[in-house]
Ligand binder design. Structure first.
Ligand code: SF4
Length: 402
């Protein structure tokens, strides 16, 4: 979500004739897009803003913007009190009105449209935000507080955005939202929106990120089974394998319900690759709870998992970690090892199979299941081709172009 916001912000600058630079010395304006999903992210944002004092002293006419989730949480007043050299603060809830802040600081834009430009991915993949915020209340999560409740963009606006990005060269669209499959508009379901997006001329592959287990409806399973352009990949955060911890986290499902959902999805799409998120060391997590999480790695057949140590927040003393750092570290190490072993098994199962690969270079592309795929030569950037998998390395499938 932050990457997509950063791209929109960059586009607003480009409409005014600005270009991106990696060299801070050359910058006429700097935007710090902050994250607060973990305390560490917030701390890093604060130090980054602090370091920009030197730039601002050398370039007093330069404009410094602080935007995003940490900006929302800390508030404009507090940030400007601590860092008086900041020109403008725009919290996550107002990020769509960033243009107004630019007008305040730099005046109106002479142009109305600008070509889409990816900052973080290959040019053939484009992000399309379909919703903002989240209406769930997971106990550990700050997102609903900083981004607000779920707000859905209209189907028309979403399809227009996707069509414009395809016209500008994107072959693959990633629909984005904090709980992306919660999207609906009147009687239009998330699956119906996907169907409309899949029909856009020129689209080769459709992905979405990140769905929440509680929001899948039955029509999605059927759609996934029949629509091959819908990626055979899903990042479906589970967070814990223990029912007790899932309940404390207020995730809204049990371990059995999560596994039943995976089974339903894989019944129609047996090659579906699933990655997930885990939090280790949640307050009150016992050894038994942790063992349930470890077992889930294999049962869920995850191709990959982002494993995080529970991040206590200084402003929530009631949610302090109950385990010591060495124990949390030890559990994290065991979990990472289990994930690695399991991923290797799943990658090896792909040997001898044919993957539909969307090439980014002549030798590199991504399979529908989101695996990185390498061939010796012959791929055409922006084109899909079959690859016979011959070997699996750490995170990559190697094969022969068909
Ligand atoms: S669903 Fe995701 S964004 Fe929403 S509260 Fe839970 S963890 Fe946070």
């Amino acid at each position: 979500m932050n990457e997509a916001d950063s791209e929109n912000i960059a586009a607003a600058f480009r409409r005014r004739g600005y270009e991106l630079t990696d060299e801070i010395k050359k910058a006429d304006a700097v935007v710090v897009n902050t994250c607060t999903v973990r305390q560490r992210a917030e701390d890093k944002a604060i130090s980054q803003i602090g370091r920009l004092r030197v730039w601002k002293e050398k370039r007093p006419e330069g404009k410094l913007f602080v935007v995003g989730c940490a900006a929302q949480k800390l508030g404009g007043k507090a940030i400007k009190n601590r860092f008086p050299f900041v020109d403008e603060v725009v919290g996550a809830k107002a990020i769509e009105a960033f243009e107004d802040s630019l007008i305040n600081q730099l005046g109106p834009s002479p142009e109305t449209e600008t070509a889409h430009q990816n900052l973080f991915r290959s040019p053939q993949t484009a992000y399309v935000t379909i919703m903002r915020g989240c209406s769930l209340k997971c106990s550990y999560c700050i997102v609903p507080a900083v981004r607000g409740p779920a707000v859905f963009l209209s189907a028309d606006a979403i399809l227009k955005d996707a069509a414009a990005k395809i016209k500008a060269g994107a072959k693959e669209i990633v629909l984005l939202g904090q709980t992306v499959n919660a999207w609906r508009q009147d009687k239009t379901t998330f699956s119906e929106l996907l169907e409309k997006a899949l029909a856009l001329p020129g689209l080769q592959r459709l992905r979405f990120m990140s769905p929440h287990p509680v929001y899948f409806e039955d029509d999605f399973t059927a759609l996934l089974a029949r629509e091959k352009k819908l990626a055979r990949y899903m990042h479906l955060p589970v967070q814990s394998g223990s029912d007790r911890i899932l309940k404390l986290m207020r995730r809204g499902y049990t371990r059995a319900q999560y596994l039943a959902l995976l089974a339903r999805l894989r019944a129609g799409a047996p090659d579906l690759a699933v990655s997930t998120d885990f939090i280790v060391g949640y307050p009150g997590e016992t050894e038994e709870d942790f063992q349930d999480t470890l077992k889930l790695v294999e049962e869920g057949r995850f191709t990959m998992a982002y494993c995080f140590k529970y991040s206590p927040r200084s402003d929530r003393p009631e949610m302090a970690a109950t385990l010591g750092e060495p124990e949390i570290e030890a559990r994290l190490g065991k979990l990472l090892a289990a994930v690695k072993t399991n991923s290797r098994v799943i990658l090896n199962e792909r040997i001898g199979k044919i993957e539909e690969v969307l090439f980014e270079t002549e030798t590199y592309g991504r399979a529908s299941g989101n695996f990185a795929v390498r061939v010796k030569a012959g791929g055409t950037p922006g084109k899909m081709a079959g690859v016979l998998v011959e070997k699996a390395d750490k995170n990559t499938l190697n094969g022969k172009l068909l």
